[in-house]
Design a protein around this ligand. Structure first.
Ligand SMILES: Cc1ncc(COP(=O)(O)O)c(C=O)c1O
Length: 460
């Protein structure tokens, strides 16, 4: 034995031909399976995950499973790379394909969560003749009508009379009762959301089957201003209704109230946000979304921020919406409201579904995480929609086009040139918008030009 007995033992062991071959084989195999790229890949996510608690796992694909009914088709939507924009910018622009939900929009998630939460809280019970009421510009109504049928409810949708006709046709085909009203300010009792609340309150009274019954109650529950009406004798103030069989089996009117209902936020906090995180393996630099009720940006934004404090959350805000000024200057305001130059009703834009001029619970939940806002003109939204059809074969609705225009503006503003992931929501398909946004005659009459160079120039 010399001075280093261990080293001597190793060299004797290695000098045997069989063990030497095995040793070199293992070393070479290890080195080949760990190329410099795989090392970088391994280290990159690890650096990001220092503060994470999320356990990354594969995306759940539906292709190899049988789902239960129409609600089983909701969520788990793919994230699609927008090739034309990503290639031009060098930055990955990824769209969450929400138009693939069975009701055709991101609102399926919200409708399902609102109905399931109401059932869980004992406010709604299937097959009791109960009716769900909602005030909506259409997408949420279609989602509610779809799920209502699947779960044994009826639906009444109150909507402004200037929304695209195809949404009305979809609602009628789904067996919903529709009331179309003149667009009005939220302080007006006849505004569509206010009317939906009133109709829900009066449901049990007006219902011909139950009108002979003596009692009618309205139950307000927080945090969402849920209205539930019933003809039961139960004393709602005594809070004993959850065990009262009479109450539980009676038809009820339920006001879903997506603007104020916390379930809206939860649908995205529990669904859209985690899905995006999984699909990008936690590598998302920015999330861009429009806000109609604010539920999408609030829930998804808060989830992503909780996973990565540095993720940028940005709003795409159409013409006529006050949210842009709220984010930039703290005041919910749009100059068209003030100057009386409004060309259209509600939010003054041809874009449907996003833009808002008042504070709601869900907007309140969104504001703390919103870093930036981008004003998207009607011309820019139209140009982006046509550009995407021309280069990608993607036929999208107006709010999706706004979102993608805002993604491009964000990337340009940040000076990003390579490797970042910017995620947005592709809320619905162009086939919900034939009569307005995708109708060239309509646009011409509304003085909105179709000019693809608005996109081409910014991409250069
Ligand atoms: C087509 C479309 N896109 C986007 C949104 C906005 O989503 P949120 O209400 O979560 O802000 C809506 C809302 O109704 C919509 O109908």
């Amino acid at each position: 034995m010399g001075w280093f007995p261990e080293a001597e033992r190793w060299s004797t062991w290695l000098s045997r031909p069989v063990t030497r071959h095995i040793f070199y084989g293992v070393v070479i195999g290890f080195l080949l399976s760990h190329t410099p790229t795989s090392f970088t890949r391994y280290l990159k996510p690890r650096k990001r995950r220092e503060t994470e608690t999320f356990d990354s796992r594969p995306i759940e694909l539906r292709s190899d499973e049988i789902v239960s009914g129409v609600t089983g088709l909701i969520g788990n939507t793919p994230l699609v790379r927008i090739n034309s924009l990503s290639d031009a910018l060098g930055v990955e622009i990824l769209g969450k394909a929400e138009f693939l939900n069975p009701g055709g929009s991101v609102k399926d998630r919200v409708a399902l969560q609102m109905i399931e939460d109401a059932e869980r809280n004992g406010l709604l019970r299937p097959y009791t003749g109960s009716r769900i009421f909602e005030g909506t510009v259409g997408s949420t109504g279609i989602s509610i009508a779809t799920i209502a049928k699947a779960r044994g409810y009826d639906a009444t949708i109150i909507m402004p009379d200037d929304v695209a006709e195809e949404k009305v046709k979809a609602l009628l085909s789904l067996g919903a009762e529709i009331e179309r009203v003149r667009p009005a300010s939220i302080i007006d009792k006849k505004q569509y959301v206010n009317l939906a609340r009133q109709r829900a309150s009066r449901f049990a009274q007006d219902d011909p089957v139950n009108s002979s019954l003596p009692h009618n109650h309205t139950l307000y529950s927080t945090p969402s201003s849920v209205v539930v009406t019933t003809t039961s004798n139960v004393d709602l103030d005594q809070n004993n209704w959850q065990n009262d069989e009479d109450f539980l089996t009676k038809p009820r009117g339920y006001f879903a109230d997506q603007f104020e209902n916390r379930s809206n936020f939860d649908a995205h906090f529990k669904g859209t946000g985690p899905e995006i995180w999984r699909q990008t393996s936690g590598r998302v630099e920015a999330f861009v979304s429009g806000a109609g009720t604010g539920g999408t940006v609030a829930g998804t934004g808060q989830y992503l921020r909780s996973m990565n404090p540095e993720v940028i959350i940005a709003i795409s805000d159409p013409d006529g919406s006050g949210l842009y000024n709220k984010v930039k200057y703290g005041v919910m305001y749009d100059r068209r409201e003030a100057e009386g130059t409004k060309r259209r009703h509600q939010v003054d834009t041809v874009v449907e579904g996003i833009g808002i001029n008042r504070m709601t619970n869900n907007i309140e939940l969104a504001l703390p995480v919103i870093d930036d806002a981008f004003r998207i003109t009607d011309e820019e939204a139209v140009a982006m929609s046509r550009y995407l059809v021309k280069h990608d074969g993607l036929f999208l609705g107006s709010s999706s086009a706004c979102n993608l225009m805002a993604c491009v503006k964000l990337v340009k503003k940040k000076g990003w040139k390579e490797g970042q992931n910017v995620v947005t929501i592709l809320c619905d398909s162009g086939n919900r918008h034939y009569s307005k946004f995708w109708n060239d005659d309509y646009l011409r009459n509304a003085d909105i030009s179709i000019n693809l160079s608005l996109v081409e120039n910014i991409l250069q």
